[in-house]
Design a protein around this ligand. Structure first.
Ligand code: PLP
Length: 380
């Protein structure tokens, strides 16, 4: 029997990252530098808060918008860290940033609306846009050292452009957008009636002073902030994040959430209140050490890479080997038992890069990159 499926969903592709990670799982004793997942377990006080919440029987249906107390905690956090004041109806608790991005796009996109994405790009934006029958429009940032260029964006804006997605620190490059890049976006917002989705999931994982788009309150009504507790607090499996935006967008996003998932478990939300008050300096220092150690190995072996200033990835140029990034990664896995992500997954123009996750143990990061040096220089 032919199973007749929704064509729109059928055409969505599986995440290349998950596919490659699954390929790596077939091997034993592999150093996994693939997925962007902290090696840490969730800090104890956060777990304790969840247990206490369960003991208090916070096991009933949550409100679709999110718990009042967590929303207040988020509002306090955003004011303290980013200097922006949100009202209660400008915040929605979501299932990770994934839920925030998906409901935000659903709230603003009509079929054929265009969304500008900067390549190389995080892989989940395009399928979400296409799910809503929107059209992703790609702007390559490679010639501009992965920063943003006014003319490159401007020439891609049409009457159908609805939004731009900005992700800084960036996955996969680790680049933080400079003041000039942020000004480019602000100039575009001054000239066009668009939204900017600021996907700031790595905002706490920065290794230098950084400013973010959502901190400029002049653009508050046009900015849609998507945030996550996954990366800074080692809570990837908890599935909690949030969306801050104009109240009409939040209202609409809440409707999608209501019918798709009916919200986030209350005991997870209770624990998230504790997470937002947890100091993550130690974990950030750990990733920075991984960054520094890996950079030092690459530099001393003259291997080109993009210097990461935030997040926990490093984008390494493997062009000297003369293989495309998928073949390179497959062969590297096969011969040296190290799993990395082929750059082509993030953009066809990144087919001479690999993304190495620095969220693994310090030993694995260093050993993985030492083996990379051997592979690049043709030794076994
Ligand atoms: C740039 C970016 N945005 C969003 C997400 C999704 O995060 P969450 O776990 O909160 O759904 C990720 C996860 O890797 C990411 O790298």
């Amino acid at each position: 029997m032919r199973i007749k499926l929704n064509h729109n969903v059928e055409q969505l592709e599986m995440s290349g990252i998950r596919l490659f990670t699954a390929q790596a799982s077939a091997y034993e004793n592999v150093i996994k530098l693939t997925i962007g997942e902290p090696k840490f377990t969730t800090p104890e006080p956060i777990k304790e808060a969840l247990k206490k919440s369960l003991d208090n029987n916070r096991t009933f249906y949550p409100s679709f918008a999110g718990s009042e107390t967590l929303k207040k905690e988020i509002i306090a956090y955003e004011k303290r860290v980013n200097g922006v004041e949100y009202a209660m109806d400008e915040v929605l608790i979501t299932q990770g940033a994934t839920g925030a991005i998906f409901t935000a796009l659903g709230s603003i996109l009509n079929p054929e609306d265009e969304v500008i994405l900067f390549q190389p790009t995080y892989i989940a934006y395009q399928p979400a846009i296409e799910f809503y029958k929107g059209v992703p429009v790609f702007v390559d940032t490679t010639p501009n050292q992965f920063q943003l260029n006014y003319d490159d964006i401007k020439k891609n804006i049409t009457p159908k452009t609805k939004a731009i997605i900005v992700n800084s620190p960036n996955n996969p490059t680790g680049v933080i957008y400079s003041e000039e890049s942020l000004n480019v976006i602000k100039r575009i917002l001054d000239e066009h009636d668009l939204f900017v989705i600021s996907d700031d999931v790595y905002a706490q994982l920065v290794y230098k002073e950084a400013t973010f788009l959502n901190q400029d309150i002049r653009y508050k009504d046009k900015t849609i902030l998507t945030q996550s507790l996954s990366k800074p607090y080692a809570m990837t499996g908890w599935r909690i994040g949030y969306l801050c935006a104009h109240k009409d967008i939040i209202k609409s996003a809440q409707k999608i959430q209501q019918y798709a998932t009916a919200g986030v478990p209350l005991f997870v939300q209770d624990a998230a209140e504790v997470a937002l008050n947890t100091n993550v300096d130690e974990m950030t220092a750990f990733y920075k050490q991984n960054r520094d150690d890996v950079v030092s190995i690459l530099r001393s072996n003259n291997i080109p890479f993009i210097y990461p200033e935030g997040a926990f990835y490093i984008f390494i140029d493997i062009s000297t080997k003369g293989l495309d990034s998928w073949k390179f990664s497959t062969q590297f896995l096969d011969e040296y038992k190290v799993a990395v992500i082929p750059g082509v997954i993030f953009s066809p123009k990144s087919d001479y890069f690999i993304r190495v996750s620095l969220a693994a143990s310090n030993h694995d990061c260093k050993e993985g990159v030492r083996r990379l040096v051997l592979f690049l220089y043709g030794e076994k």
